[in-house]
Design a binder for this molecule. Structure first.
Ligand SMILES: [Zn+2]
Ligand SMILES: [Zn+2]
Length: 319
């Protein structure tokens, strides 16, 4: 059998796997990543072969370098899956010499950022879901005959991803769809009604009916403490007015299956991880810019969907 027809056969088998996965989408929040390569359900890591070892921190360049990733065993031509949901970017190249395995992609989301190399992704941009087909393992044997073929998995911050690849703890029992209190003094995330400047609900008219409110305004007194509605990765600054007024600041949080922008607040920082309920920052002086308005945090989902049900905390349900 030729190498090409073998690849075709493998891909046929693996399409079956992908369909099976699609039929059972994960319903829970996962602390560890999904299977990355068909044929390796436990994300088994490459041991040692004559080219080196696959563990994190293994020697490279005759001991002058260190392996800053982990090598997940994956047969040439096997189907590759997304370890978590996130945004794709790339191509990510490792060798920069155009060899047969010099391709890869980055996924950023769900509180993680990882580069997967020696694979050919189905695309280099857009959103991908955990467990969804991401691409195909490239022909590593052609470049390194006899090597244990593998995907090089590298965290964007060069930290060790081993514990995320090999689960030692059970996943969270259930994903919490309800966000924590966003502003001190407003424990139920009460939404701004209508005032001289407009209304606070999602879809409210803006610019004399020419526009629509793409977020929800959570009531928050000037200077009040602001909390993270869910755990995730911070990025920013996020500006709304772009005119440098007293409330032109904000931050994005991505993680736990959500992505939201909180504006008219000053965050404690614009990067790194934050946990649900942790102090995120302070409400800016909105009365200075809009005297008499119901001061509020503008809360906007990154995909512009309606965040109201997440803010409501299940109306009377306990956390
Ligand atoms: Zn590697
Ligand atoms: Zn708003």
């Amino acid at each position: 059998m030729s190498a090409l027809s073998l690849v075709a056969l493998i891909s046929l088998v693996c399409t079956g796997f992908a369909k099976q996965l699609d039929a059972h989408p994960p319903q829970q929040q996962h602390r560890h990543w999904a299977q990355i390569c068909s044929g390796n359900p436990t994300n088994k890591i490459r041991g040692c072969d004559r080219y080196g070892c696959g563990s994190f921190g293994a020697d490279r360049h005759s001991g002058k370098g260190k392996h800053v990733g982990v090598d997940v065993i994956c047969a040439d031509g096997a189907t590759v899956y997304a370890p978590f949901s996130g945004q794709l970017s790339g191509p990510i190249r490792f060798f920069h010499n155009g060899n047969a395995i010099d391709d890869g992609v980055q996924i950023s989301g769900s509180g993680y950022c990882v580069k997967l190399v020696c694979i050919h992704p189905i695309r280099y941009h857009g959103h991908i879901r955990r467990g969804e087909q991401l691409g195909r393992m490239l022909p590593m044997q052609r470049v390194f005959p006899g090597i244990i073929s593998h995907i090089h998995v590298e965290n964007c911050d060069h930290s060790d991803p081993t514990h995320l690849l090999t689960p030692v703890v059970p996943p969270f029992p259930q994903q919490d769809r309800h966000w924590a209190t966003v502003c001190s003094g407003n424990p139920t995330n009460e939404i701004r009604g209508c005032d001289n400047y407009g209304c606070g609900y999602y879809g409210a008219p803006r610019r004399n009916g020419k526009g629509k409110h793409r977020g929800v305004d959570v009531i928050c007194a000037d200077g009040a403490t602001v909390y993270a509605p869910f755990s995730g990765q911070l990025s920013g600054p996020i500006k709304f007015f772009h005119n440098g007024n007293a409330i032109d600041d904000g931050v994005q949080i991505r993680g736990s299956g959500f992505c939201v922008k909180l504006v008219c607040i000053h965050p404690i920082r614009y990067s790194g991880r934050i946990s649900k309920g942790q102090i995120l920052g302070k409400m800016l002086p909105m009365q200075r810019v809009f005297p008499g308005i119901t001061s509020h945090i503008h809360v906007e989902n990154c995909d512009h969907s309606d965040p109201t049900s997440n803010l409501e905390r299940g109306k009377g349900q306990r956390e």
